[in-house]
Design a binder for this molecule. Sequence first.
Ligand SMILES: Cc1cc2nc3c(=O)[nH]c(=O)nc-3n(C[C@H](O)[C@H](O)[C@H](O)COP(=O)(O)OP(=O)(O)OC[C@H]3O[C@@H](n4cnc5c(N)ncnc54)[C@H](O)[C@@H]3O)c2cc1C
Length: 336
Amino acid sequence: MKEKEKKEIFDVTIIGGGTTGLFAAFYCGMRGLTTKVLEGSSFLGGKVAQFYPEKNIYDVGGLPVVSGTDLVEQMKKQAVLHDPEILLNQYVEAIQQVEGKGFEITTQQGDAHYSKTILLTTGFGTYNPVPLEHKDAKEFEETSIHYMMGDLRRFKDKHVAIYSNQRAGVDWALSLGEVAKHVYLFCTEEQFQHVVEADLEKVQQSKNIDLVYDATIGELQGERGSLNGITIISKGASSSYSVDDMLVYQGVKMIPAPFSDWQLEAEKGRLIVDQGMATSVPGIFAAGDGVQYDKKSMLIATGYSEVITALNSLAKYIDPKAPAQVYSTVEYRYKK
Ligand SMILES: Cc1cc2nc3c(=O)[nH]c(=O)nc-3n(C[C@H](O)[C@H](O)[C@H](O)COP(=O)(O)OP(=O)(O)OC[C@H]3O[C@@H](n4cnc5c(N)ncnc54)[C@H](O)[C@@H]3O)c2cc1C
């Protein structure tokens, strides 16, 4: 652990940089609150970025259709409008109340952050992909071997291998089939798990996708982190393929957000909140998939609405004279 440093005390620290946390980063600015965002992983956008960046989303108001990637990109632009401090790879482990400072928030990386209040937007927690077990995998990870698809456009005109026995592998192959030069879908078993048959048929009919069952990786070839070939063993025969990138999906391991360690009242891993989105600890508010109440829906737009309620409550917690709500048309009346 690094030595703890004394840092600026922010009005709000948002824990979790998914869609709910990103919208909150913007809305804190609307409420005139100094803001820090701590995201445990190396990317923003939470479940949208991790699980369905290539899918179209149709139920966000004002956007008839938007891809996961484009929604997250737009949200990032909105989030930085008021210049919040956004830190990645800051997985929060401990939250402690500190006399006169509000809260001390300590991360796995050993950093300490100070904040008058906290907004929890952690969802259910963090999802870590199951890594590829191969002696040479580490050499190519983050350059040529990927565990998330991310922005589809980075695979344009490339030869891409997908190594998976899950439905996500089939989904990725169909999306990549539209942009990549060629796709090799290597199923690690004799069949895919939980696959949608109509999607599998599309894969089988695609001229741009080769499908190989019962596949095991033999050799990974390349230099300085850059993959250029792969040997696959299937049904006793070994074949070589030229590939630029490989996507691996073998499931994810969920690390639940440690709400009970933070002395917060929760039920089945989700936070209990009041109508103002306040948790059981004064000064800590919550929004998004990580909260539970009667008739709660777990949708992107629900998180936005909960953020507004939570931050209006939080603004009043810091300053009881703060207005109950604000209008962007008034706040930004001179902005073009
Ligand atoms: C396959 C799928 C399809 C979906 N389709 C739709 C749809 O069409 N429309 C729709 O509205 N919704 C859809 N949803 C639901 C939607 O994705 C969620 O409601 C939304 O992503 C919730 O956002 P969130 O920010 O609350 O949580 P998350 O996206 O889970 O973000 C939480 C963030 O907090 C971080 N975090 C967790 N713990 C810590 C910690 N201790 N320290 C620091 N950071 C931490 C995580 O790394 C993550 O980035 C879908 C969900 C799935 C899985």
